[in-house]
Design a protein around this ligand. Structure first.
Ligand code: NAD
Ligand code: WQD
Length: 339
C-alpha cells in the first residue's frame, strides 16, 4: 500500500482528495497548520470512508516538523496543497504569500530531498496564464504575468519545480493548473468553508441562497462575452480530486515533469451560474450589477485534452451536479464546519 503525504489536506480540495485516496486504498498522512481549515473535515472524511487518516498539525515553513513526519513514515509521494489563496489579501500582504507559498514549497522540497522522496503533485492555478491571449488555454501557452502576488507565487513555485527537475531527473513532478473549483462531496458532509465573506462566486451565491448574505454583486456586465458577464471554467471538486489520483498514478510511472490543466473546457458566465444555482436551490438569487472587480479578466477556460490523453482523466460532472452539491453542503452546514 502506498503512503501519500497531503499538505493542506484538511482544506477544501485537500479533504475531497484525501477521501478519494482512502477509497483507492492509499494510506494518507495529512500535514496542515489549520490556518484555513478545521480538523472536522478529516473526521468527516474518516466517517464517510470508514478509514483513518493520520493527521499532523504543522507548518510547511517549519523544517523540524516536516523532518519528523518524513522520519516517522515511509512516504512514497507528496500532494502539495498547502498555501494561502486569497487574491485580494495577497495584494495587501505579499510577503505572507511569498513566504507561505514560495518559501514553504522550497522548504518542503528540501526536506523531501533529504529523505529521498522525489515524487510531488503541486496545486497550481489557471491564474498563471494571466490575461489570456487566446482561448481555450493550453499548457504550452505563455504563462504571462499573473496580476497579483498570489498568482505570481504559484508561477514562482512552478519555476522552482522546473529547475529542480532540470537539476536532478530523479524528481517526478506533476503540476496541476486548476480552473475554478466548485461543488462539494455529494453526501453534503464536506465542502468549502470560507472564512468571513467569500471572495469567490459560488460560495457567495450559496450564502445568498441560504440567507446568510443579502445580495450578490455581479462584477461587470460589459465584458466582451455573450451576456457581458465574466466567463469561467467551473470544475466540480470531485473531478478535481480524481485528477490527483490520476496524477499519483502517473508519478508511479516515473515520467519526469509534466503540467496539466484541470478544467472542463466549458465556460459559463456569472448570469448562467446564477441561473443554474436558482434551479438547484429552488429560489431566486438576489443580485445587482456592480462595477468590474480590479484584476478580473473577461473569460478563461481550459483545453483539457492533455490531461485526457496522458492522465486518462476527464471531468464527468455537469454544472447541475456542481450547483446541487454546493447547495446540499451549504444547506446542511449553514455555518460551515462549526454548524
Ligand atoms: P484551502 O485554504 O481550503 O486549503 C489550503 C490548506 O492549506 C488549508 O487547510 C490551510 O490550513 C493549509 N495551509 C496553508 N498554509 C499552510 C502552511 N504554511 N503549512 C501547512 N498548511 C498550510 O484551499 P483550497 O481551495 O483547498 O486550495 C488548495 C490549493 O489549491 C492551494 O494551494 C490553492 O492555492 C490551490 N488552488 C485553489 C483554487 C481554488 O479556487 N480553490 C484554484 C487554483 C489553485
Ligand atoms: C468568478 C467570476 C467574477 C464574485 C479566483 C482566483 C484564481 C483561482 C480561482 C486560486 C468572475 C465574478 C465573483 C462575486 C462576481 N483561485 N464574481 N461576484 O476570479 O475566476 O478566480 O478563484 O487559484 O486564482 O483569481 O474566481 O469565483 O472569484 O470569480 O460577479 O461576488 O465571478 O468577476 O467573473 P476567479 P471567482
Amino acid at each position: 500500500m502506498k503512503t501519500i503525504l497531503v499538505t493542506g489536506g484538511a482544506g477544501y480540495i485537500g479533504s475531497h482528495t484525501v477521501l478519494q485516496l482512502l477509497e483507492a486504498n492509499y494510506q494518507v498522512i495529512v500535514f496542515d497548520n489549520l490556518c484555513n481549515a478545521s480538523e472536522e473535515s478529516l473526521r468527516r472524511v474518516s466517517a464517510l470512508t470508514g478509514k483513518s487518516v493520520t493527521f499532523v498539525e504543522g507548518d510547511i515553513r517549519n523544517d523540524t516538523q516536516l523532518n519528523s513526519v518524513f522520519a516517522q513514515h515511509s512516504i512514497d509521494a507528496v500532494i502539495h496543497f498547502a498555501g494561502l489563496k486569497a487574491v485580494g489579501e495577497s495584494v495587501q500582504k505579499p510577503l505572507n504569500y511569498y513566504e507561505n507559498n514560495v518559501y514553504g514549497s522550497i522548504n518542503l522540497c528540501q526536506v523531501m530531498a533529504q529523505h529521498g522522496v522525489k515524487n510531488i503533485v503541486f496545486s497550481s492555478s489557471a491564474t498563471v496564464y494571466g490575461d489570456p491571449v487566446s482561448l481555450p488555454l493550453r499548457e504550452n501557452m505563455s504563462t504571462g504575468h499573473p496580476t497579483n502576488p498570489y498568482g505570481m507565487s504559484k508561477l514562482m513555485v512552478e519555476n522552482v519545480l522546473t529547475d529542480l527537475h532540470s537539476s536532478d531527473e530523479n524528481w517526478n513532478i506533476v503540476i496541476l493548473r486548476y480552473f475554478n473549483p466548485v461543488g462539494a462531496h455529494p453526501s453534503g458532509q464536506i465542502g468549502e468553508d470560507p472564512n468571513g465573506i467569500p471572495n469567490n462566486l459560488m460560495p457567495y451565491i450559496s450564502q445568498v441562497a441560504s440567507g446568510k448574505l443579502e445580495q450578490l454583486a455581479v462584477f461587470g456586465d460589459d465584458y466582451d462575452t455573450a451576456d457581458g458577464t465574466g466567463v469561467r471554467d467551473y470544475i466540480h471538486v470531485e473531478d478535481l480530486a480524481d485528477g490527483h489520483i490520476k496524477a499519483i498514478e502517473r508519478l508511479s510511472l516515473s515520467m519526469g515533469l509534466d503540467v496539466y490543466n484541470l478544467g472542463t473546457g466549458q465556460g459559463y458566465s456569472v448570469l448562467e451560474m446564477i441561473n443554474a444555482f436558482e434551479k438547484a436551490c429552488g429560489k431566486p438569487i438576489s443580485y445587482k450589477i456592480a462595477p468590474r472587480r480590479s484584476g478580473d479578466i473577461a473569460a478563461c477556460y481550459a483545453d483539457p485534452t492533455k490531461a485526457a490523453t496522458e492522465l486518462n482523466w476527464n471531468a464527468q460532472k455537469s454544472l447541475e451536479d456542481m450547483c446541487r452539491d454546493a447547495w446540499h453542503w451549504q444547506s446542511n452546514n449553514p455555518q460551515g464546519y462549526t454548524s
